[in-house]
Design a protein around this ligand. Structure first.
Ligand code: 5GP
Length: 135
């Protein structure tokens, strides 16, 4: 399997602008930012989606996300954030290594919320979808 570019970044084989780092995770500026301070947080371990990692790594990832947001808050003083990740190609994932996007937000910056990602709720009512989860 070809190694993903983010694994090479985690190993410091490709230079990036590091925002935060600890034993388990690395945060760096996105090379094509959608907003000032657009940052990616990755686990240093290899894995494509959240389902490839054990709980400890995911806990550490969330701590790294918090610490990275704190750093961005301190330096850039945004009014808010959008935080999330694209899961698989259908969800918009391009790089096959789990990464959390942190996008600092400012009042009036023209961006949307999570609700602007997709608007295609389908034919089933909310109650009918809920039925699918009943055993
Ligand atoms: P995805 O669509 O997979 O969630 O987003 C991947 C992100 O990684 C994109 O926003 C893209 O700009 C960023 N990216 C891809 N390659 C590199 C790179 O080599 N360095 C940095 N800093 N960001 C990258």
């Amino acid at each position: 399997m070809v190694e993903s570019i983010f694994l090479k970044i985690a190993r410091k084989e490709i230079p990036v602008h590091i925002i935060y780092e600890d034993e388990n995770c690395l945060s760096f500026l996105d090379v094509k930012p959608h907003v000032k301070g657009h940052t990616l947080v990755i686990p240093k371990k290899e894995g494509v989606t959240i389902f490839d990692f054990e709980e400890e790594t995911l806990k550490n990832l969330m701590i790294a996300v918090r610490n990275t947001m704190a750093k961005l808050q301190e330096v850039l003083s945004p009014d808010g954030f959008n935080v999330g990740w694209n899961h698989n190609t259908a969800g918009g994932q391009v790089v096959p290594h789990l990464h959390v996007h942190i996008m600092p937000r400012w009042q009036g910056d023209g961006g949307g919320s999570m609700h602007s990602i997709v608007s295609n709720p389908g034919e089933l009512s909310v109650d009918e979808v809920a039925e699918l989860f009943k055993i």
